[in-house]
Design a protein. Sequence first.
Length: 561
Amino acid sequence: MDLASLQRTSWAGGRLLAFSGLDGATRYDIGLVARTAAGAPAIEVMLPGEARLEFPAAGLAEVTLAGDWFSFFTTAGRVRGAFLDACHLLLDGPCELRGASPAVAVQTAGSRTLVGSATAFDSERIGADLEAALAARQRWLRELPVPDAGSAAARRTLALALSVMKVQCCTPEGRMRHRWTTPDRWPHRGMWLWDSVFHAIGWRHFDPALAREMIDAVFDHQAADGRIPHAMTPAGASEITQPPVLAFGVQQVLDAEPRPDWLAALYPRLAAYVQWDLANRDTDGAGLAEWFIEGNPMCRSGESGMDNSPRFDTATQLDAVDFNSFLALECETLAGFARQLGRPAEARNWEERHAVLCRLIRERLWSEAHRFFVDYDVTAGAPSPVLASSGFLPLICGAATPEQAQELARHLADPATFGTPLPVPSVAAGDTAHYAKDMWRGPVWVNLNWLIAMGFERYGLAAAAAGLRARTRAEIERCCERYGTFFEFYDDRGEVEPPRLLRKGRCAPEVSPYLQVVHDYGWTTTLYADLVCREGKNRGMCQPGPEVGLCPKPRSRNSVP
């Protein structure tokens, strides 16, 4: 990968900066994590405490912002920086420190500034070989063979995606016995179940062994009864679960590099997790599963992954389209695994479970009135009035009939429902009672688009699948060109730029980072990389890019544009 692809003409705010687990040990408790500030050239340290490094704004040029190193010019001189390890960031060039908290230590000497975690700070590292540190941080990306992304904008976006993906990797620590990934190094920090699968799907194209570890790490927290938590850290985990997509993720990784030994080791644990869902989430015993519903109005079903969806506003027991589609796909996938492993009786059992779930989805969750799949409110004894993107997911497991699949394709082209300028909205455009510019209440999520496209492809609706993938890629690339980051979600109508979208009722990053669309978001980057690789296979893999000089001849102040 040519590192020049990372260069920008302007400063990009919201980029996350940290040390990558691909280069050495990370530290969950005291590791240094920073972000680029919005609106001005500055770096804000976010963990383990706060500090702000401000740089001259005049003459800003040749801005290169990677996840673990950076370089740019100003009229006051060149600024370069790189993470030496998990706890130290070394900079050379003009900068001014503002308001470091006690958890952050700072040392200066001449043009150099060393920023680090106070509890692990080594002031002598200010004399470290910055040139070697820059070379070490850049080596992986420079040497990585990548697919031909097509346009120049796509090449820049892919380079940025890979840079983000690199720093989302963490090393074994505490209960995490494998390398693992996080949706973002700040503010979420931990590991999430279905996020990890979508991360592995992107990583399988570049490092299948690492992709396997990303899934293995999720099982490090599996309980004795088979349950896997929805959120995990090196120290602990949550009490709820998350969408069951692990068997599907394993199959995706195996497609990139077959490993029968890995499958044989994971199969019993995969089966135990799906069995736990089937045994513990069908609360009325009628055959369909219901997500756990919380009391928090801003996150009524974190277990579903669709935290604040209006699907859950009033329901306390909801036969959920998405949950049962995921479970059916897991059963179908486990049946294939069982046959590969010489377990025909278990394969038949999983096939029967798959067939029953698909039949119940068709019988109970298809709305003739809307010609669409909807949840069933068990408590109210009626179909849900909310038309959500989850209604497309019976495509992924084969539950929809061919005629129903055609109806879903028509919805994708209907501006009154899901045919918005950027599909697929998380709530139908015409559902004015429930639609909002807020997270799962309207905006588009890349992982759902990825799954829905896969579903259309399963039914031979290639045009619908290709169109959805192309429009998703185009919006990611547009926003990366403008903002230099990958967002958590996007506006389906192109009316509100991602930084201004609401998150759980507000857009108030000054109050909380959870009240703003998350930047440098994990599955947006990895699934973008997967989309590029999917198309790039037709054009072949590019070999590593040319060397990019780390230490060009110093420029005069007058030569900086």
